[in-house]
Design a protein around this ligand. Structure first.
Ligand SMILES: Nc1ncnc2c1ncn2[C@@H]1O[C@H](COP(=O)(O)OP(=O)(O)OP(=O)(O)O)[C@@H](O)[C@H]1O
Ligand SMILES: [Mg+2]
Length: 329
């Protein structure tokens, strides 16, 4: 994939947690590209390391995590080499964030208008007064009705949907180059989810945003993503445009994952998917063959002998499975 089209390129990201002397590899050489002006959905089961990947991008890995290797190229810098001061400049400014349940993380003691303005004060060095009109414009942009009156509302005076709109306004206040959206609609009820999805879809188009979207929900992925990267055992095992991945998935794991539609949450996993999940070893890269070889119904001898490389099935669709041929150079 040509690097020039990417706003962010993650290569070989490897992260483990250690418990009782055993290293538990969560990210095991994760590589992906977010193309400029496009939305890449990172999908995978609960616990597969999606949020951890987002935290690594932001330099916010938990202290218990060890980052062994990898690089994250963003705007010509490797985010993993930066000082904390530089990362703070980038977070919220060049990279906007919407986290799982971020509506709950708003400061309950600060009016929402002021909270949206904080981002502009921190990153743009603006005085509070001069943020006011920009904040009103941002509130309008995210569809908060009557923003001049709402400016002084506290989070508890807003509905869950309106709080999520505030979070989106904060994430976009500095017009970031990249938006990380981790389950942006998961905590909302379904009518509100649909409204927030509409809003995000419109903003992504209008602002031509580059987005890394993390979601369990195929409906969310289908309505927002241009491309999809499927994660298993800490690696991307299939990547392609959203149409190909959802309509013609190739990897046996992707197929099992999609069979568990509409939600990919553990409670509704199919049997095959459950087998794939329980087979993940603590250190997949130490294995000889494919981590799925013992449970995959299509496995052949060679699957147990060598780790599967990423294979391009066409220019735009790649899959980490020996059944689909040999890798391109
Ligand atoms: N502080 C920690 N200490 C030990 N293990 C952790 C810690 N934080 C996360 N993990 C482990 O890392 C794995 C990946 O977690 P992560 O939150 O990235 O999953 P996820 O793919 O975002 O899941 P979900 O879809 O449920 O949000 C989990 O299996 C979890 O057990
Ligand atoms: Mg998560």
């Amino acid at each position: 994939m040509p690097e020039t089209t990417s706003i962010m390129s993650i290569r070989d990201l490897t992260v483990y947690f250690e418990s009782n002397g055993e290293k538990n590899y969560i990210l095991n050489g994760l590589s992906l590209d977010v193309r400029r002006g496009q939305t890449l959905a990172l999908v995978g089961e609960s616990g597969s390391g999606k949020t951890l990947a987002a935290l690594a991008i932001l330099g916010l890995l938990p202290t218990a995590a060890t980052l062994v290797a990898g690089s994250i190229a963003f705007n010509g810098e490797n985010l993993l080499d930066l000082t904390e001061d530089r990362l703070q400049e980038i977070r919220g400014d060049r990279i906007g964030m919407i986290f799982q349940e971020s509506g709950m993380s708003l400061n309950p003691l600060m009016p929402i208008g002021k909270q949206i303005g904080e981002t502009l004060i921190i990153h743009r060095g603006l005085a509070r007064k001069s943020t006011h009109e920009q904040v009103i414009a941002l509130m309008e942009m995210v569809g908060i009705p009557d923003p001049r009156r709402r400016y002084n509302n506290y989070p508890h005076q807003l509905s869950g949907g309106a709080r999520q709109r505030v979070v989106i306004a904060m994430a976009l206040a500095c017009r970031p180059d990249l938006l990380l959206a981790d389950e942006p609609t998961t905590s909302l009820d379904s009518t509100v989810q649909a409204q927030i999805l509409d809003l995000m879809s419109r903003l992504i188009q209008d602002l031509r945003m580059s987005v890394l979207l993390i979601s369990h929900d195929i409906g969310v992925v289908a309505s927002l993503a241009d491309r999809v990267a499927v994660m298993h055992a800490g690696l991307v095992i299939e990547e392609g445009n959203v149409h190909d991945i959802l309509k013609s998935p190739l990897h046996p794991y992707t197929r099992a994952l999609l069979d568990a539609r509409p939600s990919l949450r553990k409670a509704v996993l199919g049997d095959q998917l459950a087998a794939f999940t329980s087979s993940i070893p603590a250190n997949p890269s130490a294995m000889m063959g494919c981590p799925l070889a013992d449970v995959c119904k299509q496995a052949v001898d060679i699957c147990r002998l060598e780790p599967p490389p990423m294979v391009f099935v066409d220019q735009d669709h790649s899959v980490r499975c020996l059944l689909f041929g040999r890798p391109h150079d």
